[in-house]
Design a protein around this ligand. Sequence first.
Ligand code: SF4
Length: 476
Amino acid sequence: MTPVVAPGLDRDSDGQVFSDLEISEALIRRFDQSGPRYTSYPTADRFRNGYAAASYLKHLEERTAHGRAVPLSVYVHLPFCESLCYFCACNKIITKDHSKSAEYLDVLFREMAMVGAYLGRQRETVQLHLGGGTPTFLSAAELTALMDALRRHFVFTSDAELGVEIDPRTVTPETLAMLAGLGFNRCSFGVQDFNPQVQAAVNRIQPYEMVRTAIRASRDNGFESINADLIYGLPKQTLDSFRNTIDQLIDLSPDRIALYNYAHLPERFKSQRLIQAADLPSAETRMQIFLMSMRRLLAAGYVYIGLDHFAKTNDELNRARLNHGLHRNFQGYTTRAECDLIGFGVSAIGKIGNAYVQNHHSLNAYADRVEHGNLPTDKGFDLSHEDVMRREVIMAIMCSKPIDFAVFESRHGVAFTACFQQELAQLAPHIDAGLLAVNARGLHVLPTGRVFVRALAMAFDQYVRRPRVVTYSKLI
Ligand code: SF4
């Protein structure tokens, strides 16, 4: 089959020859399997139920005593939304009753006080992300109170990234000015698709002009980095309709674009049952949409960061990629090096050194625990040394960072090729396909392989072949 080599694919500036990036349809078919997105390793579906809050506190205390140099990243989950987007896989609560957010903030502040007592204020915080749900469901007064509480417990560095997810339907230019006034310097817009038919099919009506006004207002208010999320594979999408969406978004010139593939898992996400399966584009069309989108974004001057992320050449994500300084956390790619992540709110995930913790998924269980003076920890995972080694390899692959066998050996006391003999054998077809290079000194992902990093990383996941309760999304 003739490879699809897009004009403009030679725009990469790091010496990796993007014109060599031959993403053939055959290659996509070969690696079009289901797999995790590896925002953590092990993935969250492997976290163990009934993880003791005492273990979380012990990790917090130990890290605060011995790991002062490790900065903090903070995530706050704000679950309320006014209406349901049918494709949504987030943990959200649909309500028009805005008194809910005041009750929720009360609980959140108590949780912060409990964690804050163990953390102290000596560790600096370099990153904050408000996610949801819809953070701007909260009123200006509530968001101000939230930032006050966060600043009481955490010391943000002067260059800290303060990010917020924005639903364009819930903001005005005044809201964006207010958020900038609170210190937010990054925002991420849920755009998904501009086509009115697609918007109707997923119950998310937000005309192009509405998004344009919001993105312009965020730029006018000095947000340093503006991200826009798109989703391909949604009902009623066609190659032509999504081409228009891509072109309209390019006109708005966000600094970063995430191009997610829609995972239709109605057995897992109830709201997705409202989507007519017959309206979904075929696998063939999805693949064409992905290739067309990539082509147009690269031709417009965006650089492929990896997986489903694109950024302008002068964006720090791209600079970090060129310097092998990309990292991956629950928000996706980041330039911030190793941080401990403190998660607040229902279902929020934290990462403390070699442990993950997750709060109760149900709002009632979460609030009940906190109101009784307990941390709402529900699940968690303490990584073994083997998990830590595998995480390092998986995250390096996800970020397309080379792995130097000698460095790995000195860090972990094991010879990489002996330790991962089976995995390297499993990767032989990927090596033959030009996705990955392995020699005596190390391993690195080749330009074409950056599209398939999930498939490459899966070779090192010791849990992925074990029985699981969740279904992963398709790679493309
Ligand atoms: S996509 Fe966002 S706004 Fe829509 S229901 Fe999900 S969390 Fe709420």
